[in-house]
Design a protein around this ligand. Structure first.
Ligand code: MN
Length: 128
């Protein structure tokens, strides 16, 4: 079973993402802002397989959360997928530069998101 930490501030998106992931057999933890997400990722790092994070979140934005997670040896290896509605040119690069391993745009294309999750999990298990 895969545990996914979803950091997302919009309740409708939270609900939608959680339902889709749970429907596909994933267990979901939800955090509603960057600070909570960061705390949750640190506290539960041994139980989390993937972090799915909206970049536009209150308290600490997603880019900064990504940097802090990747700068911390305890959480640096957590696979991190950025989700954003800001599909601007250069946004993908900016997210990857901040430390995100993958990037998905809203509205979320779930089949594509699932394959990104799968490929990160495969990579993560190969590295063990
Ligand atoms: Mn948001």
């Amino acid at each position: 079973m895969t545990r996914i930490l979803v950091i997302e501030d919009n309740p409708v998106n939270q609900d939608l993402i959680q339902r889709f992931l749970e429907l596909h057999g994933h267990e979901v933890l939800v955090a509603s802002d960057g600070l909570e997400g960061l705390h949750r990722a640190r506290a539960d790092r041994d139980f989390i397989d993937v972090v799915l994070m909206d970049l536009s979140i209150p308290e600490i934005d997603g880019w900064e959360v990504a940097r802090r997670l990747k700068d911390d040896p305890l959480t640096a290896s957590l696979p991190l997928i950025a989700v954003t509605a800001h599909a601007m040119i250069g946004d993908r690069e900016k997210a990857l530069e901040a430390g995100c391993d993958e990037y998905a745009t809203k509205p979320i294309d779930f089949p594509s998101l699932f394959s990104k999750i799968e490929s990160l999990l495969t990579k993560a298990s190969v590295n063990v």
